[in-house]
Design a protein around this ligand. Structure first.
Ligand code: GLC
Length: 546
């Protein structure tokens, strides 16, 4: 029986993906095992003990499939192979076995919206107008003036249409011209991707993070997108139009239900959707009767102003928007967005981690955030990201959040023996795993203790969330598992000390972001230092504010 609908009031056992912590690996940058300056599967395999020790439950690996790497793997030329840069299918099988052997799960990235222009499907499709694969992609005749068929824009700059001179038609690409979009209105495309999913699940994969899932369907009539009235000079040029005809169509829900049905053919598998939409739209992706994705990635923390009131409003809005039985989730970082330690500053990064791991729902950690890695400035001659190359100068480039994992203080941070594909952070000799491992007060020690604490307290795993206060820089909330336990979380999201007043006895400190105060008794008030968060085990019978 699928327990997911029942976690909540009646406390049925939760699924692994509800209580687990997900860790994202950007494979080019985690560990080079072959000495070419690029991360790979043998590299990941050699670091599994680190991940097991950190206490995470599932690893999501960004694309590892054969690819010309125009968008670093998000341009797939073979959905069921492994790019030689990353290793072999045998390496992959070894990885699955080793991950499972440590009690963890392995999630792959599924990129069904588009392929590489080098995928054999597209090469056939572009060969002639009457090729059987032609309709697997989205082709239109030119507008009367010979230009693109409509005004649709690429997220990576310029028109989303590229003319194929040989056949005289344009093809649609939501991203690079080297990433033509598949036509999800064609049942053969649907069947082909479903079979890809089965292939990996038969190989032992525990689920998928689905790339740009809200893009899969586009308007059948190819109507123009409306102008965005809020657009202003200096903004991302993609924001000039509102993508009403190209994203978040209601029809996409049927496509997603189809993906979910395939996942449900296998026991205990997980489907996550990458979706950048406001909370009220995002929650539609749980699907009718929760038969959409299990977890529509909630990226709201990536953009929310870092103050108690804004965070409280976001959490409350999100909790209220969830459909009955819909399981929440939270994300603080990924390979597309600035690092949390840079966005909120290194001191607040610990508070942010405490927030991520004590909110209700599944947390996803981005590699390196557990040691406080920051965005790395990239010199112009080392820019790799096609987004930055196409839309320069707006700070959209993603290379700085994809730099090599900092393992130790050897010349290339223990990531590789040779100069890596992206520069290593300047601060790597201090900010690295080896230096932090033995330090009882390091960020790594803190995050490891936080994950262990979370695992040990059912209230943090599956308890209810209740906001208690959001005043000044104080964010105070409690996680409650009725009849079992209560855990209080007090976060100081600012740079000045503060005092939270509480009615009488509360309980004992379980963890501070500074890794001290263990077992300190809390009664009447909690004094928080600058940039401090504490987790308090609430004593039986203690009365908390309403
Ligand atoms: C997703 C990926 C991003 C990629 C894009 C196109 O947003 O996370 O890295 O460039 O899709 O596939």
């Amino acid at each position: 029986m699928d327990a997911q609908n029942e976690t909540g009031a009646n406390r049925a056992p939760a699924s692994w993906w509800q209580t687990g912590v997900i860790y994202q690996i950007y494979p080019r940058s985690f560990q080079d095992g072959t000495g070419d300056g690029i991360g790979d599967l043998p590299g990941i395999l050699s670091r599994l003990d680190y991940l097991a020790d950190l206490g995470i439950d599932a690893i999501w690996v960004s694309p590892i499939f054969p690819s010309p790497m125009a968008d670093f793997g998000y341009d797939v030329s073979d959905y069921v192979g492994i790019d030689p840069l990353f290793g072999t299918v045998e390496d992959f099988d070894r990885l699955v076995t080793a991950v499972h052997g440590r009690g963890m799960k392995l999630l792959l990235d599924l990129v069904p919206n588009h392929t590489s222009d080098q995928h054999v499907w597209f090469r056939q499709a572009r060969a002639s107008r009457d090729n059987p694969k032609r309709d697997w992609y989205i082709w239109r005749d030119p507008a009367p003036d010979g230009g693109p068929p409509n005004n649709w824009l690429s997220e990576f700059g310029g028109s989303a249409w590229t003319l194929d001179a040989a056949s005289g038609q344009y093809y649609y690409h939501a991203f690079l011209d080297r990433q033509p979009d598949l036509n999800w209105r064609n049942p053969q495309v649907v069947a082909a991707i479903h079979e890809v999913m089965r292939t990996w699940m038969r190989r032992g994969v525990d689920g998928f993070r689905v790339d740009v899932i809200w893009h899969l369907m586009k308007d059948a009539e190819f109507r123009d997108n409306p102008e965005n009235p809020a657009f202003a000079a200096g903004m991302n040029p993609y924001a000039r139009l509102l993508p009403q005809r190209t994203t978040d169509l209601s029809e996409v829900q049927d496509v997603i239900a189809g993906l979910r049905a395939v996942v449900d053919e296998f026991p205990e598998r997980l489907l996550i959707g990458e979706i950048y939409l406001p909370v009220e739209r995002l929650v539609a992706y749980y699907g009718a009767e929760l038969k959409g994705v299990h977890l529509p990635f909630n990226f709201a923390l990536l953009d929310t102003a870092w103050n108690a009131r804004a965070l409280d409003r976001l959490i409350t809005t999100y909790e209220a928007a969830l459909p009955p039985g819909g399981w929440p989730n939270w994300v603080l970082g990924n390979h597309d967005r600035p690092r949390i330690a840079t966005r909120v500053g290194p001191d607040q990064a610990r508070v942010a981690a405490m927030l991520l791991l004590t909110l209700r729902g599944t947390p996803t950690l981005y590699y390196g955030d557990e040691i406080g890695m920051a965005n790395v400035p990239i010199p112009p001659e080392r820019i790799q990201d096609p987004y930055e190359k196409n839309v320069p100068g707006l700070g959209l480039g993603r290379d700085g959040v994809r730099t090599p994992m900092q393992w130790d203080d050897s010349p290339f941070a223990g990531f590789s023996d040779v100069e890596p594909w992206l520069p290593v952070a300047a601060d790597f000799s201090e900010v690295n795993v080896a230096a932090q491992r033995g330090n009882g007060h390091s960020m790594l020690t803190f995050v490891r203790r936080l994950i262990a604490l979370r695992r040990a307290h059912p209230a943090l795993l599956v308890g209810d969330y209740r906001a208690l206060a959001a005043q000044g820089d104080l964010l105070l909330y409690v996680r409650t598992l009725e009849g079992a336990e209560r855990v209080l979380v007090a976060l100081n999201v600012g740079p000045d000390p503060l005092v939270a007043t509480l009615p009488g006895t509360v309980g004992e400190v379980l963890l501070s972001t500074f890794c001290d105060r263990q077992d300190e008794r809390i009664s009447g008030e909690i004094a928080l230092r600058a940039n401090e968060g504490v987790i308090v085990g609430v004593a039986a019978g203690a009365v908390l504010p309403e």
